[in-house]
Design a protein around this ligand. Sequence first.
Ligand SMILES: [Zn+2]
Length: 496
Amino acid sequence: MENDIKVFQETRAKIKAYGYFTWLMGWDQETEAPKGSVEYRTKQYQIMATEMYKVESDPLYLEAIERLHQHLDDITDPDFKTEIKNTYKGLRIIKLVPMNEYIDYQVLASQGSHIWAEAKEKDNFELFRPTLEKIVEFNRKLVKYLETDELKGYDILLDFYEEGFGIKEYDLFFNTLKTELVPFVMQITEGKPKSYNRKLSKQAFPVDKQREFSHYLMDVFSYDKNHGLLKESAHPFTSGVSSTDTRITTHYHADNFASSIFSTIHEMGHAIYEMQNDLKYDDTFLHGGTSLGIHESQSRMYENMIGRSKAFWDLHYPKLVKLFPRQLRNIEVDEFLAYINQAKRSLIRIEADELTYALHVMVRYELEKQLINGTLKVKDLPRQWNQLMKAYVGKRPRTDREGVLQDIHWSGGAIGYFPTYALGSAYAAQMYQAMDKEINVEKEIAENNIKAINLWLKEHVHKFAGSKTPKEILQICTKEEFNPMYYVDYLKRKFR
Ligand SMILES: [Zn+2]
């Protein structure tokens, strides 16, 4: 066992080092690299990736993991135990799926996004249908290969992205939304959007002033500039490699100033989570977040629950007015608040507001479930999509581009991923309630003391990194099991 531990730790250090350089290449590519550098970089990247693969698939390393997993009960350090369990779980695919099928699928999934992009561009589902049929077919086979006594079918895919959350948990969650939230949304979103839309959306907001405000926000949220920075990219993202280096990007559009504000805050939520992971996890595979859902809970709490609150803007709106005196003349803070918190029936998930967002996700969850259990054929997907959109969001797409073809995820093989997006907002509402029992959250926001919120989240969520499962984090943080009613109540309170 001693020797296996040594092999594991040495290989892990190598993987982390290779990972660091490929991460840096990726970051550079998305933010700074000149366009013409792509070919040379790709050549170097391929060599790095090959070397990385050699390290990761070294038989000595794989055998060490296998033996350590067999003797899991003899490992006394709980964090190390979790690491071995996770690493072993990650290897199950390679062990149980026939190599040729797995490689064929990898190729299919990498081509899938190109085919999908063309189909979306041409608004023609038929172009994408054969590829999606193969992807669904493979996933139906995959769950057969990977099934255990506990997990079968769609549960296996769901568990990839959010450990411990399967059909049982998600059905409970989405059924609550269906009975509690859908009728409320239909009622609130009836009629035409309000007129302040035009006042705020038909003006130009200079990008350099937006940039200045984003940097102001970094200070407001105590985003640690010694261990992170803010750059620009086509799509905002967070990218980190250790608690000492976690970076974010945002984007600026002159005709949509709110977009940069909430992208910056959203990504800071992700970044503060990783920056506040306990230092001891930096050299392990446990650094980062524990799951997509918990990660999204942090970004959405910062963005929606803090960043779109009245307490926040009562304090910071004057700064915004100072930067945009002409554009915001005659617009009071309450009108601005109504603008950034408007709810409407929409077709595109990534543009959906806080109130309706989870319902867009619910459509995808139900369709995935039926595709994997075989009760829905891919050819019937567009029709079914449109029907569910009408039933849950109140609006029926007229084209597949604004319907079933809008998201990239399925084309890359990611089935089971979507539900974590909705789960994140629900976790956030439950966590916020728990936090509010111990500190007065609104008061801290109003007194420009978000540091206190960061600190509470560090102690109850962030510091654990990936050493606890999502369910364990929720238990530690809220002292309860997952309860979606916190989310429903929060939305009803806010949007009534
Ligand atoms: Zn996010």
